[in-house]
Design a protein around this ligand. Structure first.
Ligand code: GTP
Ligand code: MG
Length: 198
C-alpha cells in the first residue's frame, strides 16, 4: 500500500472526543519508549508527524492520524512507565482502557515489543487482557537495527515459546526498525489485507 496522504486529525483522552469521520483504526500500543510514535513516522514516511522522545512517557493522549482519507493510524500512550505519579498513571490507564473498551472502529491493535529483550511481564499481562476481550492484535518487534539477524531470530523464537505457554496460536509477527525502515512493506501490506477484509 502506498501512503499518499497522512495528516494529524486530533488528540483525545476519551473515545467520545475522537475526530470524525469514523473510519477503521489501526492502533499502536506497547511499553513506554518502545518506539510507537517513531514507527508511525516510519510507516507514513513523515519524520515528525508523531512526536517522539528519548524520555519515556512522551505520548499522553490518543492521537489520530488520517491516512489516505480512508483509515486512521492511532498512537496510544505507553504502559509500564515507572516515573509517574499514581494519579498520572491512573489517568493514562483510564485513557488506554477507554479506547480499548469503546473504540468500535478498532480494526487491529499492534502491540510493540522491544526486540532487544525478552518479552516483559507487563507485555504478557497486557496481551492476556486482549485475549479476554477478544481484541484482534499483531506483534511488532521494534528497534531491530540494534540486533544482528541471528540474535533477533533467537529472541523472537524465545518470546514465541513464552507466548505459547498461554496461547494456542501465535499472532501475526513483524520485525521493524524506525531507523532503517525494515518491516515497512510487510506491515503496510498486512494493514491493506485487513482493510480489504473488513
Ligand atoms: P512514549 O510515547 O513515551 O510511550 O514512547 P514511544 O513508544 O512512542 O517511543 P518513541 O517513538 O518516542 O521512541 C523512543 C526512543 O526510541 C526515541 O529515542 C527513538 O529515537 C528511539 N527509537 C524508536 N524506534 C527506534 C528504532 O527502530 N531504532 C532505534 N535505534 N531507536 C528507535
Ligand atoms: Mg509515543
Amino acid at each position: 500500500m502506498k501512503i499518499n496522504k497522512a495528516i494529524f486529525a486530533g488528540s483525545s483522552t476519551r473515545v467520545s472526543g475522537r475526530p470524525k469521520p469514523k473510519l477503521p483504526e489501526f492502533a499502536f500500543i506497547g511499553r513506554s519508549n518502545v518506539g510507537k510514535s517513531s514507527l508511525i513516522n516510519m510507516l507514513t514516511g513523515r519524520s515528525s508527524l508523531a512526536k517522539t522522545s528519548s524520555t519515556p512517557g512522551k505520548t499522553r493522549l490518543v492521537n489520530h492520524f488520517l491516512i489516505n482519507d480512508r483509515w486512521y493510524l492511532v498512537d496510544l500512550p505507553g504502559y509500564g512507565f515507572a516515573k509517574m505519579s499514581n494519579e498520572e498513571r491512573r489517568e493514562l490507564s483510564d485513557t488506554i482502557n477507554d479506547y480499548l473498551d469503546n473504540s468500535g472502529e478498532l480494526a487491529l491493535l499492534f502491540v510493540l515489543v522491544d526486540s532487544r529483550h525478552e518479552i516483559q511481564r507487563n507485555d504478557l499481562e497486557f496481551i492476556a487482557t486482549l485475549g479476554r476481550d477478544s481484541i484482534p492484535f499483531a506483534i511488532i518487534y521494534t528497534k531491530c537495527d540494534k540486533m544482528g539477524p541471528e540474535a533477533l531470530k533467537r529472541q523472537i523464537e524465545a518470546n514465541e515459546k513464552i507466548l505459547l505457554e498461554d496461547w494456542e496460536e501465535l499472532p501475526p509477527v513483524f520485525a521493524s526498525s524506525a531507523s532503517s525502515g525494515a518491516g515497512r512493506e510487510e506491515i503496510l501490506s498486512f494493514i491493506d489485507t485487513v482493510l480489504n477484509n473488513l
